[in-house]
Design a protein around this ligand. Structure first.
Ligand code: G1P
Length: 300
């Protein structure tokens, strides 16, 4: 079976980079314009033909599954008030995905979070989308997870997304040691999690989009804690790449690390500019009100 129909979205992290906001609100529920971060992530998966979403959650994260559930009172009220457009949007969101929620009972790392999805995924290939990275596809081609999915379906080999980062950035990411590109993607020799710049095999960083065959679970089951004492997904990808082909592909989507304060604000501005309701006014504000002050170094 080589069609990729399931996706694991790890969303169990504590969101410490966003405290105090994330004391009570899961970081995946922080808003980008008018929808939570997780909405954009699930939407990317669904657009790529994924049918089942396995959400890996921790304590205090039930707002995420509630977001994809029915809210009877709200839908009833919107219907009675004639707010059909909003009602339709809510119905569409709850119908967009079959969400299966799994608890990660201990914060043992990303690799462990993915392993928590094994019972639901079974012996099928699956995608992994990190729950705080947003990929927006503006061009008329497959989105990032869709591209990885089609390479997997052609090659039957695990395939991950990569992007080139500055040398000073490599220690923030998993890094791929790649061979020469052929057919539009690289064969990967190995991976290393958050290397020091001088020890990094390349500048090809992992932005949090992966498609795996079920054999990654064998590696995860035998994984030992790595960087930060956590079970790292990257380490298991490294052992897999030593045994069987693993590919890495670039992507054409705009990517925002919405789990980071600056990335989050950039996502709000850029998606705000594209928004039919506020885009034009936001552009006017940025250009006419804010820019002149920024250029002159004066305050508003
Ligand atoms: C995780 C992964 C890392 C990847 C990154 C993308 O790290 O472990 O390999 O490059 O996500 O954002 P984290 O950002 O959770 O520290």
């Amino acid at each position: 079976m080589s069609k990729v129909k399931k996706a694991i979205i790890p969303a169990a992290g504590l969101g410490t980079r966003f405290l105090p906001a994330t004391k009570t609100v899961p970081k995946e529920m922080l808003t980008i314009v008018d929808a939570p971060i997780i909405f954009y992530v699930v939407e990317e998966a669904i657009q790529a033909g994924i049918e089942d979403i396995v959400l890996i959650q921790g304590r205090g994260k039930t707002a995420i599954e509630d977001f994809f559930d029915t809210s009877y009172e709200l839908e009833d009220k919107l219907g009675k008030d004639g707010k059909t457009h909003l009602l339709e949007r809510l119905v569409k969101i709850r119908e967009m995905a079959n969400i299966i929620s799994v608890r990660q009972k201990q914060p043992l790392g990303l690799g462990h979070a993915v392993l928590c999805g094994q019972k639901v995924v079974g012996h099928e290939p699956f995608a992994v989308l990190l729950g705080d990275e947003i990929m927006v596809q503006k061009q008329a081609e497959a989105n990032t997870i869709g591209r990885l999915k089609s390479i997997f379906e052609d090659t039957k080999s695990s395939t991950v997304a990569v992007m080139e980062v500055a040398p000073s950035e490599v220690s923030k990411y998993g890094i791929a040691d790649v061979e020469k590109e052929a057919r539009g993607y690289f064969r990967v020799k190995g991976f290393v999690e958050k290397p020091k710049p001088e020890a990094a095999p390349s500048r090809w960083a992992l932005p949090g989009r992966y498609v795996f065959g079920p054999e990654i679970f064998d590696e995860l089951q035998n994984a030992k804690p790595g960087v930060l004492g956590e079970i790292q997904l990257t380490d298991s990808m490294n052992s897999l790449a030593k045994k069987s082909p693993v590919f890495a592909s670039q992507f054409s989507s705009d990517r925002f690390d919405a789990g980071d304060k600056l990335g989050y604000l950039k996502a709000n501005i850029e998606l705000g500019l594209d928004h039919p309701e506020i885009g034009a006014d936001l552009k006017k504000y940025l250009l006419q009100e804010l820019m002149p002050h920024l250029q002159k170094g004066t305050s508003r």
